[in-house]
Design a protein around this ligand. Structure first.
Ligand SMILES: N[C@@H](CCC(=O)N[C@@H](CS)C(=O)NCC(=O)O)C(=O)O
Length: 220
């Protein structure tokens, strides 16, 4: 039975699941559901009204981490993306949680929402919130992530994992808000961002996102 992913391409959490599915080679169809105008039936699948949600036959699930971890356990025959040992799995989950709950509120709900989404909906950008995120609040997180990555290519176990994709998906939203990591200040992290963005999975989703961004810019 094929998988249906519900959500909108510019959501970092939807992108995380799309990258996961592409990296795993799992076929899926994207059914676009906007977080701003959801059909009534969507709450049955996602009780909190958040995207993404997934349908796999009779099973429906909400939350990007729950979805990816379900697919990981279901498809043990495919390349692991949550680490290969208990220790690696714990580190991947920690970094995924860190990206989702510490980085996302700043990169996505601070920078991207204000710079890109709000103007497209006729609302003013709160530049003070953007600057507070960029100048005060994000740097300590980037310092921690820079130290944690060190000079490794990937965060955990020498191979790509959800730790990499969960962070990069947030940084893509920051870039959609016209801000990038400073490579002088966070050279390892900036190189890691380029490395992950060069992957086929990311290159597959970005052109569609650029088209949506161009439409949003036309409305601003
Ligand atoms: N922890 C959730 C977060 C999902 C989330 O916050 N999605 C946002 C869009 S990026 C949303 O649906 N917001 C609408 C709302 O909160 O009502 C996940 O990982 O899926």
């Amino acid at each position: 039975m094929s998988l249906t992913l519900y959500g909108a391409p510019l959501s970092p959490f939807v992108r995380k699941v799309r990258l996961y599915l592409l990296e795993k080679g799992l076929e899926y169809q994207l059914e676009v559901v906007s977080p701003f105008s959801q059909p009534a039936w969507f709450r049955e699948i996602s009780p909190l009204g958040r995207i993404p949600a997934l349908r796999d036959g009779d099973l429906t699930l909400a939350d990007s981490s729950v979805i990816c971890q379900y697919l990981e356990e279901k498809h043990t025959e495919l390349t692991p993306l949550y680490g290969r040992t208990a220790e690696e799995r714990a580190r991947v989950r920690w970094l995924e949680k860190y990206a989702d709950y510490e980085v996302a509120p700043l990169t996505t709900f601070g920078v991207f929402r204000n710079r890109t989404l709000k103007p497209s909906m006729g609302q003013a950008c709160d530049e003070a919130t953007v600057q507070a995120a960029l100048v005060d609040r994000l740097p300590p997180h980037f310092d921690y992530l820079e130290r944690t990555l060190g000079d490794a290519e990937y965060f955990v176990g020498g191979q790509p994992s959800l730790a990499d994709f969960a962070l990069v998906t947030q940084l893509i939203n920051m870039e959609h808000g016209r801000e990038r990591l400073d490579p002088q200040r966070w050279p390892n992290l900036a190189a890691h961002y380029e490395r992950i963005c060069a992957r086929e999975s990311v290159q597959t989703v970005l052109p569609g996102e650029q088209k949506i961004l161009a439409k949003l810019a036309g409305r601003a």
